[in-house]
Design a protein around this ligand. Structure first.
Ligand SMILES: [Zn+2]
Length: 252
């Protein structure tokens, strides 16, 4: 059976001299690993090796899902990703690589998430636009945080960010102290924090941004890094290891 979909390449590895195993995140199908036979041949029917963030129409034959599907056609669509800008801007590239890595690590094969697909494509599109100012990296970081919250929400693992997980008191920006606990999966207030040894204290600005993502757009670089650090610790706890690309975002 042949399946048609729109897909974005979130991982590509060499399989043999001439073939690749490519993981597409496809709008209707979800994450689908395929073998792209002959992709590295000079006269490849896919127009050459398939690179990460390649985006386009895909046709693949689904062999019952217990083994790799076979890519039959790939027709790149122009306009969504500006590859020259993305490859020249290391921070933007690393942010996109982290987003792709997280989708690959957290989404199950053949589990469709069209909303998440649209968010990923939009994130990569925005990150690959020409930069007009130095402020653009701050915007990419803010967009990355929003994307990760969409991802965690889509897979049903978003932490609780609008009330204390323990006493259920609604978060208020006047809280004198706010904490985050991976074990509790969300915010913890000052009265409850004693029961959560793994908690981390948030700055007032970070707590506000975590509970209201609309504030991220105007947040300072330091606040954004603090919020991203909290999310990466949370994701690290879930995966049992840090995402490979995380250090390139946090240590800049
Ligand atoms: Zn509480």
């Amino acid at each position: 059976m042949l399946t048609n979909d729109h897909g974005i390449c979130i991982r590509a590895v060499d399989y043999s001299e001439t073939s690749q195993v490519v993981t597409f995140f496809a709008r209707q199908t979800g994450k689908v690993p395929v073998i792209a036979k002959g992709a590295k041949r000079q006269k490849s029917s896919f127009g050459g090796p398939i690179e990460i963030f390649s985006y386009g129409d895909i046709v693949f034959s689904d062999s019952g899902r217990d083994k790799l599907a076979t890519l039959a056609e790939f027709e790149p669509l122009a306009g969504m990703v500006n590859y020259p800008v993305l490859s020249a801007d290391i921070f933007a590239l690393n942010a996109c690589l982290l987003a792709a890595e997280l989708v690959n690590a957290l989404v199950n094969d053949y589990d469709p998430h069209p909303g998440l697909f649209d968010s990923l494509l939009q994130f990569i599109h925005d990150a690959s636009q020409e930069r007009s100012s130095n402020d653009e990296h701050r915007k990419i970081l803010a967009n990355l945080i929003v994307f990760q919250q969409v991802l965690l929400t889509e897979i049903g693992l978003c932490p609780v960010l609008d009330y204390c997980v323990n006493c259920r008191n609604r978060f208020d920006s006047r809280w004198p102290e706010t904490y985050f606990s991976n074990n509790a999966r969300g915010l913890i207030c000052r009265d409850c924090q004693g029961a959560f040894p793994d908690k981390i204290r948030l700055t007032a600005e970070s707590a506000k941004c975590l509970s209201d993502s609309k504030l991220l757009a105007s947040a300072s670089q330091n606040t954004l890094k603090n919020v991203e650090d909290i999310l990466i610790r949370y994701i690290t706890d879930m995966l049992g290891r840090p995402p490979r690309m995380a250090k390139y975002i946090l240590n800049v």
